[in-house]
Design a protein around this ligand. Sequence first.
Ligand code: COA
Ligand code: AMP
Length: 638
Amino acid sequence: MDALASRYHDVYAHWQRNPEAFWAEAAAAIDWYDKPTKIFDSEAGIYGRWFTGATCNTCYNALDRHVAAGRGQQPALIYDSPVTNTVKTFTYGRMLSEVQILGAMLRDFGVKKGDVVILYMPMVPEAVFAMLACARIGAIHSVVFGGFAAKELATRIDDAKPKVILSASCGIEGARVIPYKPLLDAAIDLAAHKPDTCLILQRPQCEAALTPGRDHDWRAVWEDAVNYAKTSECVPVAATDPLYILYTSGTTGIPKGVVRDNGGHMVALKWSMKNLYNIDPGEVWWCASDIGWVVGHSYIVYAPLLHGATSVMYEGKPVGTPDAGAFWRVCAQHSVVSLFTAPTAFRAIRKEDPDARLLSQHDLSHFRALFLAGERADPPTLQWAEDVLKVPVIDHWWQTETGWCIAGNPLGLGKLPVRYGSACVPMPGYAIDIVDEANHVQPENTIGSIVIKLPMPPGAFPTLWHNDERFREAYLAEFPGYYKTADAGYKDADGYVYVMSRTDDIINVAGHRLSTGGMEEVLAGHPDVAECAVLGIKDELKGEVPCGFIVLKSGVTKAPLEIEKEIVALVRDKIGPVAAFKLAITVARLPKTRSGKILRGTIKKMADGEAWQMPATIDDPAILDEIGVALKGKGVGA
Ligand code: COA
Ligand code: AMP
């Protein structure tokens, strides 16, 4: 279908003419206890709030109403776990009863409306039940990705102050079993706030010792609840009440607690399932992310269930579990119609099976589209996916903060032509401008800061958890009237958006968002390090990986190689394996401008093997030669 045949431009223009009418129509797809008194209340919150006056329950919309409408026997969740050799299907009816029981268990541990529950869990169905059980009883969940270390978990415990923590004895990463319980215990030791209760799901691969008084065996409590026929009802909450907090990397070591509300989130996600992803209720959809990330929250859990679709939950990797044909096997076995994953997963598959030979063993005749996000879809990977799958491959851009797509190619409205390197066009709800430092709108094809006109659409965050000030300062202060995405890029003459880089210290490692500032704090904490800089350098598989430069204190006698090893271990210990920090390089000095700013851009170009020029402002040009030698010593750069 070409641009003229797509309904996109009409629909976007309808939203522009009357945003409130647009979102009121979309809100009709959600069941409310009390309808909104205002679709948008510009007086409420920091930049206004959506659907004020309404009451609702997200779990009711994800489960109960589908069962009431006759979908009780339809699969809601297919758990496919090559690492445990398990495939299990949960119908909407079964999911509802599991969530009712878990809601009752949480309530019995004293969790009430407005209380926070942290989940530190691997990709198991109980994690989805737990998110929905929190939503059911009006509690606020905060999922922490399993690849984060104890210290990161502790920071989130102290900020969110959970009453209860839900965890499991272990996660399984390929062939390795990763015990979670020691990390949880260490985090609770480090944190000032102590949860009343921890509920631990024992997995047979590695059972955990429970701390008496605090820890409970998930299954034992569940059996008890079943024996006493315990259940829980949906608690009505305000549309503007928080559904969850999800921490994401900010420009310092302190993560930002992105708050998601109930009403706007449901309306936006439900709208996106048909109009953007072109999925109908009853179809099988697979989002191969992790519930620890926003993509997993929105498109493994909430959106497919709100829509009455079937969601695949995959506990495995694109390669190695057991091979690069795993994604094709899952798509064929469960009749998946569309898959959403990060480009890095396809780079991994392509690297192992460049001719996609393993694809021929599987029947993908029902497969309609591949969606990529989390990082820019590099054109070679996108083209390769198109060639082997022979379906549309759609890059789309979004952030933890927005909760759903900012710019994409809305297949449900009629596909627009794909332009390699572009995330396509703004979704209704988003008016995107490119501005310079003085907040002046830039002409087409000119790079600048990508900003979104306020108000943000339904689904986007209203604030940061207990931190309105940081929200204003981080997102609204620099470009008045706009939300700052901290991404840089441009729009072409047809309004296609090209997202090229971050404007802050965030790097994107295998689709995971990480702060180099946070890593520098860890490096600077090593007793032998005088000065340091961490930057993201190109990586064939992960897109970017961090590289740390350290200058040692004078008088240090320990071998630099040993200190570098300690630094690598320190980042793994303080931030977690997800940081993929494997490269530390000792240098005598760091190159700086005359005003003392480290020349990160130049070092990055050298490390990436790109052409670079001597900056006019450099303090001492000889230092760049030293950096070149150090990089060469590690086999990095040209
Ligand atoms: N619990 C514990 N450890 C975890 C973890 C978890 N949930 N998830 C990842 N890790 C660990 C990994 O085991 C690895 O540890 P290692 O350094 O000991 O090998 C490290 O964190 C980095 O993980 P990852 O980035 O996943 O790299 P990988 O080398 O294991 O796999 C890819 C590479 C490309 C296959 C993988 O990154 C991938 O599938 N990415 C998909 C991206 C994605 O889902 N993004 C979400 C946003 S859409
Ligand atoms: P996260 O909040 O973890 O989802 O990361 C959001 C960031 O990832 C964005 O601000 C971008 O820098 C990057 N990103 C996500 N999707 C894309 C995309 N399709 N194209 C370019 N960058 C992307």
